[in-house]
Ligand binder design. Structure first.
Ligand code: AMP
Length: 212
């Protein structure tokens, strides 16, 4: 099974993908994580992406598509979950082409629906571990010791792009560029909507029902 999880920032794509990957032994392709790693390692790709990410803008299509193409070459065997890619119709068309060349089919494009007011509180309260990437929330899921990861003991911080007006720009980029994917995947007969409101486990159970 090859699936795409998409939705606005804060919909829970990262959290849900990580659990799906763990439980169903799938490959996880998160373009946001790939960019954050490239920034950490100070590669040319990271330097290019950082300016866009810090402002809450999308990285140009050609850069993202090239990066995903490289990643897909490394994938074999079990299915994959695309998390955060595609984010534009141009990227979605490129993905269809890349998969077709490899004889792979994208089975479902799952849209996680969460109302905007909830997105803002999820994003502004989100904290992430600098070491292992574990995700916390200051109210709904705080780490046991403030600023310290329960899993690996590394520092837990707020992402630069989870601050103030950058959140608004990311939501705007989603509305303008990513929400047209709903129509795109409906036309391909792959669109499925899942309610993303509620505890992570509840949403996960809904997703599992959809996937099986
Ligand atoms: P995420 O972790 O998925 O929220 O992504 C964080 C940031 O990385 C986004 O706000 C964009 O700046 C950039 N990014 C991630 N995936 C893409 C993509 N498919 N297209 C363009 N920019 C992306």
């Amino acid at each position: 099974m090859n699936i795409l999880l998409f939705g606005p920032p804060g919909a829970g794509k990262g959290t849900q993908s990580s659990t799906l990957v763990e439980q169903l032994q799938m490959h996880h392709i998160s373009t946001g994580d790939l960019f954050r790693n490239a920034i950490k390692n100070q590669t040319a790709l990271g330097k290019e992406a950082q300016g866009y990410m810090d402002k809450g803008e999308l990285v140009p299509d050609s850069t993202v598509i090239g990066m995903v193409e490289e990643t897909l070459k490394e994938i074999s065997g079990s299915g994959f979950i695309l998390d955060g890619f595609p984010r534009t119709v141009v990227q979605a068309e490129a993905l269809e082409e890349m998969l077709e060349e490899r004889g792979i089919n994208l089975d479902k494009a799952i849209f996680l629906h969460v109302p905007e007011e909830l997105l803002v509180s999820r994003l502004s309260g989100r904290r992430v571990c600098k070491g292992c990437g574990a995700v916390y929330h200051i109210e709904s899921h705080p780490s046991k010791t403030e600023g310290v990861c329960d899993a690996c003991g590394s520092e837990v911080v707020q992402r630069e792009d989870d601050k103030g007006e950058v959140i608004q720009r990311r939501l705007q980029a989603y509305e303008e560029s990513t929400s047209p994917l709903k129509e795109y995947y409906t036309r391909l007969g792959k669109f499925v909507e899942v309610d993303g409101v509620g505890a992570a486990e509840e949403v996960f159970n809904r997703l599992k029902t959809t996937i099986h």
